[in-house]
Design a protein around this ligand. Structure first.
Ligand code: ZN
Length: 262
């Protein structure tokens, strides 16, 4: 579909299915990470969230319905990530599969000796290349409070990461004014440093960032994206160069925005 047609269709849709004032006000109050968002950007977020609610298909467990505030919470946190990039960055997939709580995924792996290993993995969210994102409602409800944890922003970060070739490698498609070499250098240095830190306080510099970030490059990018929006001061203090790259990529400066609120 041409972009003009899409724009016109979305403009019509926004008139017909706006997010109502009361629901929007409540959603803003329930997500402290949105504090300090200028009026024009708040309006854009509201439009993006309305488009998300219409264009994405929510798939709750059979026989259940997803409460409106939960849908809105997912929509606004997903679109916050692309607020300065444009809604089309969320294109190419349609489904948001929702589980009530942490869910178990059956994993299967073939090792170098040809042995198949299978195990059950409890997960809070997943992002499939060209496919759905999967979220646990319990974890959606724990997101957006400013404590660094955000399952929606995490899975959307994987989606943005996968926009290049369908694989998540910790480097989303960068803008023309950014350097891939610089991104790699900054993230590799920070990742190596993070992995070398002691998991608990044992005299070394302990990070406030969740240990899950040490898993691999793509998890590091996704977890750092969570902190970037949830607790930007932590990224700015611990990895200022990573903060700079994330600010250049997301084209947002949440540390400044949240500080201006205080
Ligand atoms: Zn992840």
């Amino acid at each position: 579909m041409g972009s003009l047609v899409r724009r016109l269709r979305r403009a019509r849709m926004l008139k017909r299915f706006p997010i109502l004032e009361e629901a929007w006000r409540k959603a803003l109050a329930d997500h402290p990470i949105l504090a300090g968002l200028p009026m024009a950007e708040t309006d854009r977020l509201r439009d993006f969230a309305a488009i998300f609610l219409r264009e994405k298909q929510f798939e709750p467990p059979p026989g259940t319905e997803l409460p409106e505030p939960t849908r809105l919470s997912i929509a606004l946190q997903a679109t916050l990530s692309v607020l300065s990039l444009g809604y089309d960055w969320l294109g190419g997939w349609t489904s948001v599969v929702v589980h009530p709580a942490e869910f178990v995924q059956r994993r299967r792996d073939l090792d170098s000796a040809g042995v198949v290993h299978e195990w059950n993995d409890p997960v809070t969210g997943e992002a499939h290349p060209y496919g759905p994102i999967i979220l646990s409602i319990e974890d959606v409800e724990a997101s957006g409070w400013g404590d660094g944890y955000n399952v929606v922003i995490h899975e959307i970060a994987h989606k943005l990461d996968m926009r290049e070739g369908g694989t998540a490698n910790g480097c989303p498609p960068l803008h023309p004014d950014m350097s891939r070499a610089e991104w790699q250098e900054v993230f590799t240095e920070a990742f190596d440093d993070f992995r070398s830190r002691p998991p608990r306080r044992r005299g070394g510099r302990r990070s406030r960032i969740d240990r899950y970030a040490a898993e691999n490059d793509s998890e590091f990018f996704a977890v750092l994206s969570e902190y970037f929006f949830e607790q930007p001061g932590t990224v700015l203090r611990e990895y200022p160069k990573v903060y700079g790259q994330l600010a250049a990529f997301y084209r947002q400066d949440p540390a400044l925005r949240l500080a201006s609120r205080r």
